[in-house]
Design a protein around this ligand. Structure first.
Ligand code: PNS
Length: 157
């Protein structure tokens, strides 16, 4: 069975993430989405809320599981029996950061590879922080997140 992990903050999950989840899940038997539960950050949504939103918006996609993790990504991948880490790449500005971590993760565990999927051009500008910023000023976010997530974001502000 081919398993991949798709890690991220997902604060909140956007249509860009969902596009990556659909495409990645069609390449593997099992895609484990890992929500980073980082106590150093103060996210808008708790890890439980982020997991819940991801479960809701991916329930029609076969082979997808959602969980949260703390600590190192390589340890999460190993405990999920995954040898593939999926990351979405938007602009060139993402590249340097991603390259650094993909290489660091390979040093930590050479059995792991990072698979980069190029973000659909419709979502190249889209990020969770953009969604949070727009919502803060009561802008319309319905084009960027699924209706379920839009509702949850609106409840926060
Ligand atoms: O959606 P994000 O915030 O860009 O995701 C970043 C994430 C979760 C992939 C990264 O911060 C991560 O893997 N953190 C876990 C700690 C770790 O292993 N760090 C080193 C490798 S990135």
């Amino acid at each position: 069975m081919r398993t991949a992990v798709y890690p991220g903050s997902f604060d909140p999950v956007t249509n860009g993430h969902i596009d990556i989840i659909r495409r990645a899940s069609s390449m593997v038997d099992r895609l484990v989405i890992g929500v980073l539960n980082n106590s150093a950050k103060s996210p808008l949504f708790s890890a439980e809320e982020r997991v819940n939103m991801l479960e809701e918006v991916t329930k029609d996609i076969p082979g997808v599981e959602v969980t949260y993790f703390t600590g190192l990504l390589v340890d999460f991948a190993q405990s999920s029996n995954a040898r593939i880490i999926v990351r979405g790449l938007r602009a060139v500005s993402d590249f340097e950061y991603e390259l650094q971590w993909a290489q660091a993760n390979r040093l930590l565990n050479p059995a792991l590879d990072t698979l980069f999927l190029i973000t659909d051009q419709n979502y190249s500008y889209l990020s969770s922080s953009t969604v949070r910023e727009l919502a803060k000023y009561h802008a319309d976010i319905s084009k960027f997140v699924p209706p379920y997530v839009e509702q949850k974001v609106l409840e926060k502000y």
